[in-house]
Design a protein around this ligand. Structure first.
Ligand SMILES: *[C@@H]1O[C@H](CO)[C@@H](O)[C@H](O)[C@H]1NC(C)=O
Ligand SMILES: *[C@@H]1O[C@H](CO)[C@@H](O)[C@H](O)[C@H]1NC(C)=O
Ligand SMILES: *[C@@H]1O[C@H](CO)[C@@H](O)[C@H](O)[C@H]1NC(C)=O
Ligand SMILES: *[C@@H]1O[C@H](CO)[C@@H](O)[C@H](O)[C@H]1NC(C)=O
Ligand SMILES: *[C@@H]1O[C@H](CO)[C@@H](O)[C@H](O)[C@H]1NC(C)=O
Ligand SMILES: *[C@@H]1O[C@H](CO)[C@@H](O)[C@H](O)[C@H]1NC(C)=O
Ligand SMILES: *[C@@H]1O[C@H](CO)[C@@H](O)[C@H](O)[C@H]1NC(C)=O
Ligand SMILES: *[C@@H]1O[C@H](CO)[C@@H](O)[C@H](O)[C@H]1NC(C)=O
Ligand SMILES: *[C@@H]1O[C@H](CO)[C@@H](O)[C@H](O)[C@H]1NC(C)=O
Ligand SMILES: *[C@@H]1O[C@H](CO)[C@@H](O)[C@H](O)[C@H]1NC(C)=O
Ligand SMILES: *[C@@H]1O[C@H](CO)[C@@H](O)[C@H](O)[C@H]1NC(C)=O
Ligand SMILES: CC(=O)N[C@H]1CO[C@H](CO)[C@@H](O)[C@@H]1O
Length: 552
């Protein structure tokens, strides 16, 4: 056996240095124990310690998705921020990679940002390659600023980075200026960056990722909360009811943290038009990506929003914190009465689908599934309700879905009312492993599923439960709810029941077990060691790693 020890060192590569904290491993992934009863099995969570925002996601030319994330490798609270890194070819199986970005100095933190593949060498960093990656991110000089925008480049496909020697690329004296998200537009790049406490999203242009010019400001729109963070600008298809693309629009998403309507954080978004310099929202409505409160800091590039929370028990019990949501396919659709909304559709779950536990067609009735033998504790539930004569719906016409621990009696409840205001609710208040005054118990939204035209209506609900996270997609993703919950005993009994549905309504239900995406990477000790899957040796970056191995 050997122990891996990284030595504290301020090391220099070419002209730019990085600081490596003695407790932080370099060149190897951080190992993780993914077996804990609260540890999600088909979601990404960091091997150990604290993760918050997802950062800089991109797809490389080999079909590998790169996920970076705000990572404190030395604690279970935010603080010593780095960019953690994981890769996947199917969005469900993630391979932990070595930490990708280290801070330049001990008291500087690498905050959120994004990454682009510089195919055409517009930055000039990549003389002989078309797979160079440029990361743009905020460096926070202490927690009181200033916060500046900086770039680093990778010659090895995004595994290791070198700081540009001309940083910062956008200087600032502000302590609240962060989270650059870069997209391409025509032959240049566009960045959206939050002036967090002024409630402004700055829109910048650059021909080369180094020289940035402020093009416009998008100021004080929608909910303000206490800060704007993690702006994202993305081009998105508009689909008709058959799923065909009929148009495309831009969506500007802004995360509010803290000060969301339910406390904590939320992501709001605006569909609109973008002409390269200015974003113009369609109308003045504010829309939210999630009706619960545990989903924050959405990042697009085939969106992987993050579900994080501050003081939850996994940090104490299992030594890790926060989880990204499942990947979602986002597009705009015309929701009944509301107009354009961003739909969240689950990406193909087939990489993790396992045995079918139940396939039923019921009218008014129920389905019970004991899933205590499903090792992952993770399920996918799909229910289509068709043939609903809305004129015959009563206030008691409902579909309820619950998950219970027979051992402790704890229950996670959700349900929909087909009549009245069409509320959908989630109640985690009967789960007892964690509570505090800010841990809201009950969430609800209104899902207007019928236009009242008299024709038979349909409604759909999809849900994924994964040990300590529930994601619900209401009516084909018109609305989504993400909640974290911390039972004292594993939930293992599913109960779905309908009541008082009009004659003729049909409910088609399927419940599938999901396979753990982590279990297959565990060694005999139950540890996922990750993989340093570097394809090429980055020039220079290797020189910044000081390490010593001790044989014990
Ligand atoms: C790279 O350059 C080619 C040729 O000019 C252009 O067609 C392509 O869109 C460029 N790609 C990117 C990502 O800028
Ligand atoms: C990439 O850019 C650098 C700097 O402009 C230049 O020296 C190099 O020739 C370029 N390489 C290619 C393949 O365009
Ligand atoms: C793709 O894989 C090949 C073979 O491993 C490697 O040489 C190449 O650098 C990889 N490309 C990217 C974009 O990572
Ligand atoms: C920061 O403040 C200094 C001193 O007032 C000023 O010279 C400098 O231009 C400011 N920098 C930026 C980016 O605003
Ligand atoms: C940066 O871009 C602006 C606008 O395109 C241009 O006027 C300026 O000369 C550029 N500066 C440098 C240092 O390239
Ligand atoms: C983009 O839109 C803004 C605001 O409507 C306008 O002032 C500007 O001229 C437009 N730019 C182009 C290139 O159309
Ligand atoms: C959405 O549907 C309404 C009602 O059918 C229609 O008036 C409106 O034009 C549609 N909007 C879009 C963007 O398709
Ligand atoms: C719905 O029920 C009403 C009342 O029984 C009936 O008149 C109507 O035809 C039904 N609508 C459909 C589409 O079946
Ligand atoms: C529900 O409907 C969707 C869309 O038609 C279909 O793909 C899915 O298989 C259905 N699920 C069930 C359980 O019937
Ligand atoms: C680690 O990478 C090596 C080489 O790319 C590969 O053979 C191996 O299967 C990988 N292991 C895991 C757990 O991904
Ligand atoms: C990577 O390249 C550097 C510089 O050429 C070299 O010193 C180092 O040994 C190489 N590392 C690996 C793992 O090949
Ligand atoms: C980021 C976030 O949502 N944090 C919330 C997590 O939960 C605690 C307790 O409910 C809240 O105080 C945080 O605001």
């Amino acid at each position: 056996m050997f122990a891996f020890v990284a030595v504290a060192a301020k090391v220099t590569s070419q002209s730019v240095s990085t600081y490596v904290n003695p407790a932080v491993p370099t060149g190897e992934p951080v190992p993780g124990d993914y077996t804990g009863p609260l540890r999600p099995q088909i979601h990404f969570s960091p091997p150990q310690n604290f993760m918050n925002d997802p950062n800089g996601m991109f797809l490389d030319a080999n079909g590998t998705w790169h996920l970076y994330y705000q990572y404190n490798p030395t604690g279970i609270v935010g603080g010593n921020q780095h960019w953690g890194h994981a890769t996947s070819t199917d969005f469900y199986h993630w391979v932990n990679q070595p930490i990708a970005l280290f801070p330049p100095e001990e008291t500087v933190y690498v905050f959120s940002g994004s990454a682009v593949v510089d195919v055409n060498n517009t930055s000039g960093f990549f003389p002989d390659q078309d797979n160079g990656v440029v990361a743009i991110f905020t460096l926070a000089h202490g927690y009181y600023g200033p916060q500046t925008q900086n770039i680093a480049y990778s010659h090895d496909g995004g595994y290791t980075f070198e700081y540009y020697d001309g940083n910062p690329v956008i200087a600032s004296n502000s302590s609240q200026f962060r989270d650059p998200k870069v997209i391409r537009y025509d032959d240049y790049c566009v960045a959206v960056i939050a002036y967090s406490q002024e409630f402004v999203v700055g829109i910048y242009n650059s021909p080369d990722l180094k020289n940035w010019t402020l093009a416009s400001n998008f100021a004080r729109h929608g909910l303000l909360g206490a800060q704007y963070e993690c702006p994202n600008l993305v081009k998105m298809p508009v689909r008709d009811s058959n799923g065909s693309m009929v148009d495309s629009k831009y969506v500007l998403a802004i995360s509010i943290q803290p000060g969301a309507p339910l406390g904590g954080s939320i992501t709001e978004y605006f569909p609109g038009d973008f002409n390269g310099t200015h974003f113009t929202p369609l109308g003045s409505a504010t829309r939210l990506t999630d009706f619960a409160k545990d989903n924050y800091a959405a990042q697009f590039f085939h969106g992987i929003p993050d579900a994080q929370n501050a003081t939850v028990p996994t940090g104490i019990l299992e030594g890790w914190r926060s989880v990204t949501t499942l990947p979602r396919d986002n597009y705009l659709k015309n929701a009944t009465r509301i107009g354009l909304v961003m739909a969240n559709e689950l990406c193909d779950l087939s990489p993790v689908l396992d045995a079918s536990l139940n396939q039923s067609t019921i009218g008014n009735g129920s389905v019970t599934v004991d899933y205590s033998t499903v090792d992952s504790g993770a399920l996918y539930i799909d229910a289509n309700v068709t043939g609903i004569n809305t004129t015959l719906v009563t206030p008691d016409s409902t579909l309820n879905l619950s998950f219970t621990s027979p051992a402790s009696g704890e229950t996670l409840q959700s349900g929909f009312f087909f009549g009245g205001d069409n509320p959908f609710f989630i109640n985690r208040g009967l789960i007892r492993g964690f509570d505090n005054v800010f841990f809201t118990d009950k969430f609800s939204t209104a899902n207007i599923y019928s236009d009242g035209s008299g024709s038979l209506a349909s409604w759909r609900m999809q849900a994924v439960i994964d040990r300590s996270i529930l994601e619900v997609f209401v009516n084909g993703g018109d609305q989504a709810g993400t909640v974290l919950f911390y039972p004292t005993q594993p939930l293992s009994l599913l109960h779905l029941a309908t009541r008082d549905l009009p004659t003729g309504a049909k409910v088609s239900v399927s419940v599938l077990a999901l396979k753990s995406a982590w279990a297959e990477y565990e060694n005999e000790q139950g540890t996922v060691v990750g993989n340093a899957t570097r394809t090429t040796n980055s020039t220079g970056r290797q020189d910044m790693i000081y390490e010593t191995e001790f044989l014990v």
